[in-house]
Design a protein around this ligand. Structure first.
Ligand SMILES: Cc1cc2nc3c(=O)[nH]c(=O)nc-3n(C[C@H](O)[C@H](O)[C@H](O)COP(=O)(O)OP(=O)(O)OC[C@H]3O[C@@H](n4cnc5c(N)ncnc54)[C@H](O)[C@@H]3O)c2cc1C
Ligand code: SF4
Length: 488
């Protein structure tokens, strides 16, 4: 294979609908590559001796190998290789912040030739696999008697369910929402990830014998202890949902909404559900001046959803500058193209209006301090520099923390870290309660889908090891009992 193709083949990303067209709907803004585009782009890979892209990928995907197969038109083999390390490859291909992961580590990018479009190729080969019917229901080689209860149907829960069912275990996934998928379904908007793409994965698991029990809040509707009695092992994959809230004067107004309430409502409307707070306008941006506070991916999803709902104006307020935004650069650029205004170096000072209705947000201008010895810059107020922004709806996107699971699950032995995430044994996914495992955001704190997939897969391997060890010790105990019986 010619490994110098990148010299003649320039980087091309998949077609993106223009800003004016895309803000009129909630469809994904990027198209799939055509077969020709996929093989041309994949052929740019230099097949480096040390694949830094693979190190940059939390799943350690065998990227150069499936790029080579794609370049050679061997798409089914490329799919099989890609799905060997990832249970949700077409989803990661769509929503990973590749600039900070695989593509940011690509040697071509580092040497000024521009990265291989790894995420788009990964999406292409796995979408193709669905189209061609290569992805079938899981048919385990052996059926095992043990069952595992998974709390949470987000990417960590889905990834674990996939791996455990493949190993032949009986798997039941519990979720408090009415649809499976966690934040893939109810957090991330469909212009980044269409809901059919998530549903075909959960539908496949259901067709493979995974039991989904929805609309059940573990700890409230069903006691955690009941699940422990029912299953041989439990995986907690509940994510983090306690929203950090504003603490400025006026912040309790009805016109101030939490980001996830707004996004879950928008996603439910997309499914055709009726939501009272959307119909009565509380969680609907139409015709409003919307101000979103925060600088992460959640904030970007809120501003872009508001634009699509027909807001009069949308402004994002963030206390640092653009270079320090935690959100993906690509998403900030997309938001700017779609008409979102950014107030950098600005912090909320007071919500204006009354308890029922907001009229604006007073913001305090900030500046970055000179870097400390480690190069870190803090932010400080510029005294007297304040401005009022008009607002009819203020959305807080300030991040999430774990709920108090030891209390919710009535499990004092379930140890948590000082951040409230579940503490696990060193290098493992088993919690301090034997037989109870944890993975995803509830272990790592608010993070990324690709990390949830990785941890769900690794936790499944730990659960398998635990159950095998348990079975062996039970068998040893039986043999010992028999031997003792014979001796008596
Ligand atoms: C708005 C938003 C946008 C994001 N965008 C991106 C992005 O573009 N790219 C990216 O990589 N990451 C993104 N993320 C982060 C990513 O979504 C999360 O890191 C990932 O979903 C975590 O997966 P998880 O399986 O641990 O938890 P979740 O996806 O949160 O799933 C947890 C599930 O557990 C259920 N649950 C919780 N408690 C209970 C209970 N007591 N009983 C029953 N069920 C329960 C919940 O209903 C939920 O379905 C985004 C996050 C948000 C909030
Ligand atoms: S999973 Fe994410 S980081 Fe890994 S290759 Fe795919 S897009 Fe890149």
């Amino acid at each position: 294979m010619d490994t110098n193709r990148f010299v003649v083949e320039v980087k091309k990303t998949p077609k993106k609908s223009d800003a004016k067209t895309r803000v009129a709907n909630f469809n994904e803004i990027y198209a799939d590559f055509t077969p020709n585009e996929a093989s041309h782009q994949a052929s740019r890979c230099a097949q480096c001796g040390v694949p830094f892209c693979q190190h940059g990928c939390p799943l350690q995907n065998n990227i150069p190998d499936w790029l080579r197969l794609t370049a050679e038109g061997r798409i089914e083999e490329a799919y099989r290789l890609s799905s060997a390390t990832s249970t949700l490859p077409e989803i990661c291909g769509r929503i990973c912040p590749q600039d900070r992961l695989c593509e940011g580590s690509c040697v071509l990018e580092q040497s000024g030739w521009e990265n291989v479009t790894i995420g788009a190729v990964e999406r292409y080969i796995n979408d193709k696999a669905f189209e061609e019917g290569w992805i079938e229901a899981i048919a385990p080689a052996v059926e095992r008697p043990q069952s595992i209860g998974i709390i949470g149907s987000g990417p960590a829960g889905i990834a674990a369910a996939d791996r455990l069912r493949t190993l032949g275990y009986k798997v039941t996934v519990y979720d408090r929402h009415d649809r499976a998928g966690g934040l893939l379904t109810y957090g991330i908007p469909s212009f980044k990830l269409e809901k059919e793409v998530v549903a075909r994965r959960t539908d496949r698991l259901a067709a493979s014998g995974v039991d989904f029990v929805l609309n059940v809040n573990i700890g409230e509707d069903v006691a955690f202890e009941e699940l422990r009695e029912k299953h041989d092992a439990i995986l907690i994959a509940t994510g983090v949902y306690k929203a950090r809230r504003l603490s400025v004067p006026g912040c309790g107004s009805r016109g101030v909404a939490a980001a996830l309430d707004f996004l879950i409502t928008a996603n439910k409307i997309g499914f055709g559900d009726t939501i009272a707070d959307f119909d009565n306008g509380r969680l609907n941006a139409k015709g409003k001046n919307v101000v979103v506070i925060g600088g992460g991916d959640t904030a970007m999803d809120c501003v872009r959803t508001s634009i699509r709902q027909g807001a009069r104006s949308v402004t994002c307020v963030y206390r640092r500058d653009r270079a320090n935004m935690p959100g993906s650069d690509r998403e900030v650029a997309n938001a700017e193209d779609e008409g979102v205004r950014f107030e950098w170096l600005s912090a909320p000072k007071a919500v204006l209006g009354d308890a029922d209705k907001v009229s604006g947000l007073k913001i305090q201008r900030m500046r970055l301090t000179t870097p400390d010895a480690q190069g870190r810059q803090a932010v400080e107020e510029i005294h007297g520099a304040e401005t009022d922004l008009p607002a009819d709806l203020i959305i807080e996107a300030l991040g999430f923390e774990p709920e108090n699971l030891p209390v919710l699950f009535n499990q004092p032995g379930l140890e948590v870290t000082r951040w409230g995430t579940i503490r696990t044994l060193a290098g493992e996914f088993q919690s301090m309660v034997p037989g109870v495992f944890a993975a995803g955001d509830i272990v790592r704190g608010a993070s990324l889908v690709v990390w949830a997939v990785r941890e769900g897969q690794d936790a499944a391997a730990d659960i398998h090891h635990y159950l095998q060890t348990e079975a062996l010790s039970a068998a040893d105990a039986d043999v010992e009992a028999l031997a003792l019986g014979a001796a008596e």
